[in-house]
Write a new protein. Structure first.
Length: 268
């Protein structure tokens, strides 16, 4: 394991521990105490309180947990859907392949952020439609990669031998396709999680994502802007946490032998 991967795992572990243990030490991110407006850091509140007297540590931990859970759920959904459709397209071919390719091309015609914005406009701060929009913006990447790789693998001598011996599709996927696709898919999921977290924060920053009073990193940055001169920690804290998460996920992809197929191969 390379140093960059170890560093990424360490950073990600720190962020996850903060997201999980934060609510134990600072349990209520919505509790307000206007008498402690922009209160300075203390032993009980290492980051102080925000413009509404709320615990900044509690809100930061809750926002971190929300970003990780929602981003992970979106990535898993996109990976499962895209991989299943990609394998189906490569296996069946014909009109099934043509239909799925047309669907994928139609989704690619829309910029990913625009697609998420359309779903978030319908969500009105709700989690379900926002999660669906983030997942729908990512599944095409997995579809194209799995389809391109599976077409070659399904025509390989080892797969043909398995079929001649009477093994079914489940065996082919488990024994031949998954070992070849897993490293690449895991790398894509690391990037996808980083992209989902960044997109979620962007939507919160422009006010069309998660709505107050739910803590969210992008929303916390927007709320902190008017008070930056008085309490810069309100702005810097969510930026630092988001930066650590993205850095950890980017470092995790740096393993050997995970070269992406070319765009020509993915669309052939």
């Amino acid at each position: 394991m390379s140093l960059s991967v170890k560093t990424g795992l360490g950073l990600l572990l720190l962020v996850v521990l903060f997201a999980l243990l934060g609510p134990v030490l600072w349990p209520d991110p919505a509790a307000q105490d206007l008498a402690q407006f922009l209160a300075d850091p203390s032993w009980q509140e290492p980051l102080g309180r925000d413009q509404m007297g709320r615990s900044l540590m509690a809100r930061l931990a809750a926002a971190t947990r929300l970003s990780l859970l929602l981003g992970l759920l979106c990535v898993i959904t996109a990976a499962l859907l895209g991989s299943l459709l990609g394998w189906l397209s490569a296996w069946r071919g014909g009109w099934v392949d043509g239909l799925l390719r047309s669907l994928a091309d139609g989704v690619l015609a829309l910029p990913g952020l625009l697609l998420v914005l359309l779903f978030s406009a319908m969500a009105q701060g709700g989690f379900a439609i926002l999660y669906l929009g983030l997942a729908m913006a990512q599944w095409v990447e997995y579809y194209r990669v799995v389809r391109a790789r599976s077409r070659g693998l399904l025509a390989s001598p080892q797969v043909e031998a398995s079929r001649l011996l009477g093994f079914g599709h489940a065996h082919v996927v488990r024994r031949h396709l998954w070992p070849e696709l897993a490293p690449q898919l895991l790398t894509m999921m690391a990037f996808g999680l980083a992209g989902a977290i960044l997109t979620l924060s962007t939507l919160g920053f422009v006010g069309v994502g998660i709505q107050p009073p739910t803590p969210e990193l992008g929303l916390m940055i927007t709320e902190a802007l008017p008070h930056y001169q008085e309490a810069p920690r309100l702005l810097l804290a969510p930026i630092l946490v988001m930066g650590l998460m993205l850095l950890a996920l980017v470092l995790l992809h740096q393993t050997r032998g995970l070269d992406m197929p070319s765009s020509q191969g993915a669309t052939s």
